[in-house]
Design a protein around this ligand. Structure first.
Ligand code: ATP
Ligand code: MG
Length: 476
């Protein structure tokens, strides 16, 4: 449903969903500026009210290049909206290849950015408490941004620090002291989770379900059994850093400054820049080009496609790396600029309701979990359902064109994801998105499904985003 206050903005797509609601992409009809809108229905989730209030309050305090910016919020009846900097690059787990991870220099770059963001947070007296790849987003310059402040809290105020008591986070990423003590120090707990993110990035797996004595994998780590997986996949230098970061005793754990001064954090990788775009095959630096390679798709109308590349930079220069060049779309993509004018979103004006523009167009967040197939929509759906059934997944079409899939992952945790089918020019784009559960597990399932469909996959450049008319995209 399009609401009055987003008149002037196109509701483009659902970017993701969380515990209490969905996050949607809004694009300004006039200037192409983009913004993510998190929407929480407090009637359906009364328990979210206090949590969201706190989330907004903490998030608004923060402004840093490695933290998703919160532009503001708005309460409309019992619906809470939070307006956020749009991260076109999707979630970090999307860049993690199950069981292998990613190239070391890429992981180092993300890790250093993560540490930089955490350093800022801790200086502000804020602890995130749920650091994991699903909450680390990437923008169009492949800059890592810490997101989701739903569990964040202030641990230091006017120089006075307090211990934290509430156990929160996600078990495989949680620090061991949280599971055994009633109170814990905020900073080392966040640092531990950063270490777990690094393990995930370097190995494509998580070493244990939770860091407790009943977990033999965790006990093996404590016993320094580094010849075992996943540790044996990690090079000597990053492993030496991890041994200090994943130090079971919080007081002996590395502090942020020690992490930043570790040889691995400072290591200069040879040819990191040039191999970066190659190794990620289309992520990061390769993104700008590839967004425009979508324009090669015959079904993309040239006029709409041209519009896709016309975002103008902010007068404040906030849109990092953007310029006012008017180069042809096939050469330069300037990325989305962040909105300079959000007044109509944030202020409670009562304008006339619109149902969105007939000319509205789609710009999908870039994800690696999508591919094109050369079968029609009906056949594609049948093929997909067959594969889900074979894997023992339960699958339902809740909205036309969107299959919701449920299963239990290797840790016995619930995994829910969505497969959206978008038909264009006799081909179908299959877009997979995690709804609930572990990102790496989701990626593992996606990889299996994709390889089982190899025969019908359209080869060629990956089309990260699209410019299509809104009625082509289900569920918006
Ligand atoms: P949970 O508590 O279940 O992790 P949540 O309700 O707090 O979720 P978020 O984690 O903030 O919600 O957002 C859910 C998903 O929406 C993210 O994992 C991401 O895919 C997408 N998302 C959130 N914010 C943005 C943004 N600024 N730009 C792009 N995508 C976003
Ligand atoms: Mg989240």
């Amino acid at each position: 449903m399009v609401r009055e206050f987003i008149e002037g903005w196109d509701l483009i797509q659902v970017l993701g969903e969380g515990m209490f609601g969905e996050v949607k992409l809004l694009v300004n009809k006039e200037n192409g500026e983009a913004c993510a809108m998190k929407e929480i229905d407090l009637d359906s989730h009364p328990e979210a009210e206090e949590v969201v209030k706190k989330e907004i309050c903490v998030h608004k305090l923060l402004k840093h290049k490695n933290i998703v910016q919160c532009y503001g919020s708005r309460l409309e009846g019992r619906r809470q909206f939070i307006f956020l900097e749009y991260c076109l690059g999707g979630e970090l787990f999307d860049r993690i290849e199950p069981d292998s991870g990613m190239p070391e220099h890429v992981a180092q770059r993300y890790f250093n950015s993560l540490i930089c963001g955490i350093e800022y947070l801790h200086k502000k007296g804020v602890s995130h408490r749920d650091i994991k790849p699903e909450n680390l987003l990437l923008d169009d310059h492949d800059t890592l941004k810490i997101s989701d402040f739903g569990m964040a809290t202030v641990f230091r105020h006017q120089g006075v620090e307090r211990l934290l008591g509430r156990r929160c986070g996600t078990l495989p990423y949680i620090a061991p002291e949280l599971l055994v003590r009633n109170e814990y120090n905020a900073e080392p707990a966040d640092i531990w989770s950063c270490g777990m993110v690094l393990v995930a990035m370097l190995t494509g797996e998580l070493p244990w379900d939770k860091p407790t004595p009943d977990q033999k994998e965790y006990m093996n780590w404590k016993d320094q059994r580094l010849e075992l997986n996943p540790w044996k996949k990690i090079d000597h230098l990053p492993l030496s850093l991890l041994r200090k970061v994943l130090m079971p005793h919080p007081s002996r754990r590395y502090k942020l400054e020690q992490i930043q001064n570790h040889v691995w954090s400072k290591k200069k990788f040879k040819d990191a820049d040039s191999s970066f775009s190659r190794s990620l095959s289309g992520t990061g630096a390769g993104l700008k080009k590839r967004l425009c390679s979508d324009l090669d798709h015959p079904a993309v109308e040239p006029c709409v496609a041209a519009r896709q590349c016309q975002s103008q930079p902010l007068p404040t220069g906030q849109g990092e790396g953007s310029s006012s060049s008017t180069s042809p779309p096939s050469e330069v993509f300037h990325g989305f600029t962040q909105p300079a004018q959000l007044d109509n979103l944030l202020l409670s004006t009562q304008g006339g309701a619109t149902q969105g523009s007939q000319n509205s167009f789609q710009r999908l967040v870039k994800r690696m979990t999508r591919f094109w197939v050369n079968t029609d929509k009906e056949t594609t759906e049948k093929e997909l359902r067959k594969r889900f059934e074979k894997q023992g997944y339960s699958c339902k079409m809740t909205t036309p064109g969107i299959l919701t899939v449920q299963c239990i992952d290797r840790r016995g945790m619930q995994l829910v994801f969505k497969a959206t089918l978008i038909e264009m020019d006799k081909q179908v784009l299959l877009d997979f998105r995690l709804s609930r559960g572990d990102g790496i597990e989701f990626k593992r399932r996606f990889t299996n499904i994709k390889s089982s469909m190899e025969m019908i996959i359209v080869k060629g450049p990956i089309m990260w985003s699209l410019a299509i008319h809104s009625d082509a995209l289900p569920g918006v």
